[in-house]
Write a protein that binds this ligand. Structure first.
Ligand code: B12
Length: 223
């Protein structure tokens, strides 16, 4: 096997080589490369490089789905498995003390209605769970009222909503009003590429997370 290297991991994920990508990530983690580096420098750039294969005019579905599978497998089989229970390594990802991870908060998370992109949301859900947060993952294409029903049922402290599709942004805006009608006042945090282009007032959310780590920092320490 050649020397482990983050750019090789990115290349393998981009090419959809799931088994080799898992092996490469496994090697990187056993060499002590932080999970945050593997995610930010290996996985995210690999998916971003596929953006031209994922437009309305040019949609190379198989390539994008294979890369998506490779990324999910690295998250589930390497990041989640190897870091589980290693609270010092997990705390390092957010630059917080270990004890911040023992606060119990409940997060209801999903991808907004109309949008089926769920890799980013899955990553946030996985890392949040590993960080001691109770996570209720509603999946993708979730209507605003379903976020609110789950938040009522679970007494959620925070609703996390993901959107990569600009056309789906208006539905995020409905969550707060629906929550207030049920007399609940959770924090609402949005993430995903589409929400970066607007402000928190437009979406009526408390916080727009720059990435998964920024969002989880907010869940742990934001209020
Ligand atoms: C993979 C992918 C797909 C896959 C998704 C597979 C899956 N299981 O998720 C498939 C093939 C299904 C797909 C379909 C489509 N896609 Co697509 N897709 C992508 C692609 C290439 C990568 C997205 C990705 O997963 N990145 C990796 C993850 C980990 O990153 P992320 O989601 O940004 O998440 C990070 C942060 O944003 C944050 N985060 C995300 N959510 C949340 C939530 C919270 C609460 C927090 C705190 C943080 C957080 O955490 C993550 C880690 O830091 C992007 C290109 C891009 N630049 O993003 C296009 C892209 C999102 N797709 C696009 C399009 C147009 C489509 C289609 C309409 C294509 C078509 N012809 O039908 C369909 C949409 C169908 C629908 N109704 O949703 C456009 C959207 C354009 C727009 N602005 O609206 C993009 C931007 C590509 C482009 N053309 O530029 N797609």
């Amino acid at each position: 096997m050649p020397m482990a290297d983050i750019s090789r991991l990115a290349m393998l994920v981009e090419a959809g080589e799931n088994t080799d990508a898992v092996a490469e990530a496994d090697l990187l983690i056993s060499l002590g490369i932080p999970a945050k580096t593997i995610i930010n420098e290996g996985l995210i750039p690999a998916l971003q490089s596929l953006k031209d294969k994922c437009t309305t005019e040019n949609f190379q579905l198989l390539d994008v789905l294979l890369a998506s599978r490779a990324m999910s497998e690295v998250i589930d089989q390497v990041i989640a498995r190897k870091l589980e229970g290693h609270m010092d390594l997990i705390a390092n990802m957010y630059e917080v003390a270990n004890k911040s991870l023992t606060k119990t908060k409940t997060l209801v998370i999903g991808t907004i209605q109309g949008d089926v992109h769920d890799l980013g949301k899955h990553l946030v859900a996985t890392l949040s769970r590993m960080s001691g947060i109770k996570v209720i993952n509603l999946g993708k294409d979730v209507p605003p009222e379903v976020f609110v029903e789950a938040a009522v049922r679970e007494k959620a402290d925070v609703i996390g909503v993901s959107s990569l599709m600009t056309v789906c942004l208006p539905a995020i805006n409905e969550i707060r009003q629906l929550a207030q009608k049920k007399a609940i006042y959770p924090r609402i945090v949005a993430g995903g590429a589409a929400v970066q282009q607007v402000d928190d007032g437009y979406l009526d959310v408390d916080y727009i997370a720059f990435d998964a780590f920024d969002g989880i920092n907010y869940f742990l320490n934001g209020w």
